[in-house]
Design a binder for this molecule. Structure first.
Ligand SMILES: Nc1ncnc2c1ncn2[C@@H]1O[C@H](COP(=O)(O)OP(=O)(O)OP(=O)(O)O)[C@@H](O)[C@H]1O
Ligand SMILES: [Mg+2]
Length: 225
């Protein structure tokens, strides 16, 4: 993924100023920004949902995401699984029903959904909770459903918007272990966060943003905001 000369703003409030970022397939990257400084906006921009003021970016071919036809945009988005911050789970439904619902909305056939769900749930270590109601799960388990949903199109790229934001240290570690495992299976992982515990423990590439600019970009980095 290569994003170049990005300026992203709301009115005259800049989120990013003429910024370049390049992430190779299979990388694991933390994007560090303080709260309210633009994590969610940046992710929306990447999935073609928030148009920057100026930009040039592509994921595979050298093609501008904001010049895609609707069909191309759909295909592009299917290759990116986003773990959203406000994961809207159906709390009075089961784990299986929550994933099935997301797949139905995406247009998959019932027979395919039934066949695929065990595989998806086992990837997020929830197969044994398949018929459990969401309201009976821990926060960490519930967050793993949102990762399962991000996996339904088997994307090459997974983006997390503060995936450990609401979790205690134990559950946060669990989620990061899961994301590390998915990375080992070849997925590119991009995590926007301001959780210093996980960043310092994992020693991955860390890109830090401040006032719309990248202030550091390090391999085996730590949290230094
Ligand atoms: N639709 C919008 N219109 C105008 N300003 C917005 C809009 N959405 C977000 N902002 C502002 O842009 C800034 C960045 O918001 P964003 O939600 O991207 O930050 P964030 O880093 O995800 O925050 P948090 O840590 O709270 O999730 C904030 O100051 C926010 O108030
Ligand atoms: Mg946010």
């Amino acid at each position: 993924m290569k994003v170049e000369h990005i300026t992203l703003a709301y009115g005259n409030k800049n989120i990013l100023k003429d910024t370049n970022i390049q992430i190779a397939p299979g990388e694991f990257v933390f994007l560090i920004w303080s709260s309210g400084s633009g994590k969610t906006s940046f992710i929306k921009m990447l999935i073609g949902d928030l148009k920057p003021k100026s930009w040039k970016f592509s994921i595979k071919e050298d093609k501008d995401v904001y010049a895609y036809t609707e069909k191309e945009l759909l295909a592009y988005r299917r290759n990116i699984g986003v773990i959203f911050q406000d994961y809207k789970l159906l709390r009075s439904k089961t784990v299986r029903e929550n994933v099935a619902f997301a797949m139905e909305v995406s247009g998959y056939k019932d027979s395919y959904i039934e066949e695929k769900i065990p595989e998806i749930l086992s990837r997020v270590w929830l197969l044994n909770k398949k018929e459990s109601f969401v309201e009976t799960l821990s926060w960490g388990e519930a967050q793993r459903i949102s990762i399962a949903r991000a996996l339904i199109h088997d994307p090459e790229i997974i983006i997390g918007d503060e995936p450990t934001g609401n979790l205690d240290p134990h559950n946060a570690e669990d989620i990061m272990n899961l994301l590390t495992e998915l990375n080992k299976q070849g997925k590119t992982i991009i995590i926007a966060t301001h959780d210093d515990r996980i960043v310092n423990r994992l020693k991955k590439r860390v890109i830090t943003f401040k006032d719309g600019k990248i202030t550091s970009d390090r391999e085996n980095g730590g949290y230094e905001l």
